[in-house]
Design a protein around this ligand. Structure first.
Ligand SMILES: Nc1nc2c(ncn2[C@@H]2O[C@H](COP(=O)(O)OP(=O)(O)O)[C@@H](O)[C@H]2O)c(=O)[nH]1
Ligand SMILES: [Mg+2]
Length: 330
């Protein structure tokens, strides 16, 4: 199938919703020509501020995300949502629940919602999220909210695609903070204690504040801790205020840091190399032959892998259609 990439790219830049959805799917599938298409939109990107919203399952991330998105739209922002669904067979219900809760706003003007599976994403979860964010950015979104569960390594990787991270905690999860993956406290720019309508919210706030004080580095301000309740509406406005202030006041946030660019280039190179290695070795039968020799007890996997790697001298890049240079951003 040949994809009408130019049409899609033009559609995305022109604010066409159908083109936006289709381009995201084709890029996510890594359909032939995806990189040229990303290159074509790259100069149009760099405006969107990306907020990662992470926390334990059931903390209220989806509920908060939809409330906050609606509040931001009411203030004139164009908002996109990326929902990273846990696709474990045990949480099939959660996935559906997320979709249903999100459905409520999927049709609201100015909000585009995209779900992403956590497993089997070509190119990795973080790069996948980054690609989607860029396409939404070129489409004209001012803000993208990425909702992700903060419990697994893959999920934490996703927040590397975010400019600022909100960590959602709740009372009544025992030691709520401990259920989050170690390392998540360090990445929070804002802590939200949700379900403040329940007992114990103030204790969780103090616990987090104490923890942040201990972890505090000189010069750096301690991240704020907000209390919210989707039931009573408490704190939702303050949360929306924080987000819109950060959207407005931090033009440099969206600028890519050297670390981030370095990491992205490496990720893209790894993806490409891996793709070529697979194609080459499955295509020419060398892999199958090696498998047979190992199974027959004639070789071991270690030396086979080493031998095969030593045959790589040069990896041709994917055919470049236009031969043009990628642009710089506006
Ligand atoms: N009592 C109370 N329940 C909430 C609040 N926010 C969300 N919930 C409920 O908590 C459950 C999980 O919410 P959800 O947004 O799906 O959590 P997620 O897994 O973090 O995305 C749902 O039944 C929500 O209605 C809140 O502030 N207070
Ligand atoms: Mg959710």
């Amino acid at each position: 199938m040949t994809i009408a990439w130019q049409e899609l790219v033009a559609g995305v830049k022109g604010g066409n919703l159908r083109a936006l959805a289709r381009m995201i799917s084709h890029v996510e599938n890594r359909d032939a020509g995806w990189k040229d298409a990303m290159r074509a939109i790259y100069p149009e990107t760099g405006r969107t501020v990306v907020f990662g919203i992470t926390g334990a399952p059931g903390a209220g991330k989806s509920t908060l995300t939809s409330k906050v998105a609606q509040g931001l739209v009411a203030r004139g922002f164009k908002v996109g949502i990326v929902a990273v669904d846990p696709s474990s067979p045990f949480s099939g219900g959660a996935l559906l629940g997320d979709r249903l809760r999100m459905q409520e706003i999927a049709t609201l003007d100015g909000i585009f919602i995209r779900s992403m599976a956590t497993r089997g994403t070509l190119g990795g979860l973080c790069q996948g999220a980054r690609d989607i964010v860029r396409i939404m950015d070129a489409f004209g979104k001012d803000i993208v909210l990425i909702e992700t569960v903060g419990v697994g390594q893959d999920e934490i990787e996703v927040v590397r695609a975010a400019d600022l991270v909100l960590v959602v905690c709740v009372p009544g999860l025992g030691d709520g903070i401990q259920t989050l993956k170690a390392g998540i406290m360090e990445i929070g720019d804002l802590f939200v204690v949700n379900k403040a309508d329940r007992d114990g919210a103030d204790e969780v706030v103090s616990d987090i504040q104490a923890m942040l004080e201990i972890a505090k580095k000189d010069e750096e301000p301690v991240p704020p801790v907000l209390k919210t309740s989707a039931v009573t509406g408490e704190g939702i406005d303050s949360l929306i205020n924080w987000l819109s202030e950060r959207r407005e006041g931090t033009e440099s946030v969206a600028a890519e840091s050297a670390d981030r660019v370095r990491e992205e280039i490496l990720t893209l190179m790894e993806e490409e190399l891996f793709h070529h290695i697979r194609l080459q070795w499955t295509g020419n039968g060398a892999l199958q032959a090696a498998v047979e020799r190992v199974i027959a007890g004639k070789r071991d996997p270690y030396s086979v892998a080493e031998e095969m790697l030593s045959t790589i001298r040069h990896v041709e890049p994917e055919t470049v259609e236009h031969g043009k240079q990628g642009g710089t951003r506006r």
